[in-house]
Ligand binder design. Sequence first.
Ligand SMILES: NC(=O)C1=CN([C@@H]2O[C@H](COP(=O)(O)OP(=O)(O)OC[C@H]3O[C@@H](n4cnc5c(N)ncnc54)[C@H](O)[C@@H]3O)[C@@H](O)[C@H]2O)C=CC1
Ligand SMILES: CC(C)CC(=O)C(=O)O
Ligand SMILES: [Mg+2]
Length: 356
Amino acid sequence: MKIAILPGDGIGPEIVEQAVKVLKNLGESFEMEFAPVGGAGYEAAGHPLPEATLKLAQDADAVLFGAVGDWKYDTLDRPLRPEQAILGLRKNLNLFANLRPAILYPELAGASTLKPEVVSGLDILIIRELTGDIYFGQPRGVRECPDGPFKGQREGFDTMRYAEGEIRRIAHVAFQAAQKRDKRLTSVDKANVLETFQFWKDIVIDVHKEYPDVALDHMYVDNAAMQLVRAPKKFDVMVTGNMFGDILSDAAAMLTGSIGMLPSASLDVNNKGLYEPSHGSAPDIAGKGIANPLATILSAAMMLRYSLGRVEQADRIETAVKTVLTQGLRTPDIFEEGCTKVGTSEMGDAVVKALA
Ligand SMILES: NC(=O)C1=CN([C@@H]2O[C@H](COP(=O)(O)OP(=O)(O)OC[C@H]3O[C@@H](n4cnc5c(N)ncnc54)[C@H](O)[C@@H]3O)[C@@H](O)[C@H]2O)C=CC1
Ligand SMILES: CC(C)CC(=O)C(=O)O
Ligand SMILES: [Mg+2]
């Protein structure tokens, strides 16, 4: 079984190192091959997604990804910017279904910025469509404004679009996920303003006919953002488009105590996938040895569960993460009085030690 390991930039290499350490201590021999991606890809091969890296990802059984991006690349032409690597991987591997489970470990109830009673017991699943929407829609660019009061000036523009088949397939993923949980699905849209999301809503309602056992409701994205911090436990599964899902899942991350706790799986139709923490490359803390590696370690667990058919191994990792939290070990982002502050590598070592 071959895993492509793409550490990327910033804290990417530090946190991926911990997940690799955990994988190597499970008592199974996974073939792992490393390749540069993002800014590291640009430095190594002049492109954020070098051909060899893409081929490795395509040929592997699963991809473990760190994060890409650094402020120093923000002035490059867009096709050369590090973020194009993760967008390119998602598109080339058809990873249209992004699963972001926001679970609050009871030990971290006090680490959340929200009151413990608002978040304790939280277990929601955000399903984000990942290969469509305004992130990929064409045309886009900067042009001369053709009309209106700003005619003749430069304007920036992007295109929001969703094809029927794109909405149907993510809706099926969401309904099926809800069937395995509390059978409640909230579709998040902006149908009151956007044509694309009225269409989204209509298609989700149509797909619902095939899942009568799931209770479906609809919520505008602005209200959803508010409800996520007001009463997050009311949600079971949420499904939404690429941009809204990007934003809402970062908000949901804070319900779990830190964005360093939120793993993700990005899957194709056959459950082949790329696994990465939901956060970015955190250049502000890179190289300091303080990044929380748990989201990445939990992403590796998702990889074992969804793509590699090693459910028991995934369970072992998730139990080990619970154990280290019970032991009171905390990276600075989730630190509270009375706990033991540890760095990235110490946290990785502790998870390895806790593997039953
Ligand atoms: N999938 C990817 O590779 C993604 C890449 N990015 C890129 O990452 C770079 C930084 O973006 P930001 O907006 O700052 O988002 P970010 O998620 O990297 O960081 C936001 C804040 O969260 C903190 N943080 C993130 N992960 C953490 C962890 N594991 N432990 C402790 N603290 C953590 C950071 O220190 C920062 O204060 C940009 O270049 C951006 O484009 C952003 C999101 C996703
Ligand atoms: C860098 C972006 C393309 C992605 C992002 O913010 C995300 O996937 O959460
Ligand atoms: Mg994001």
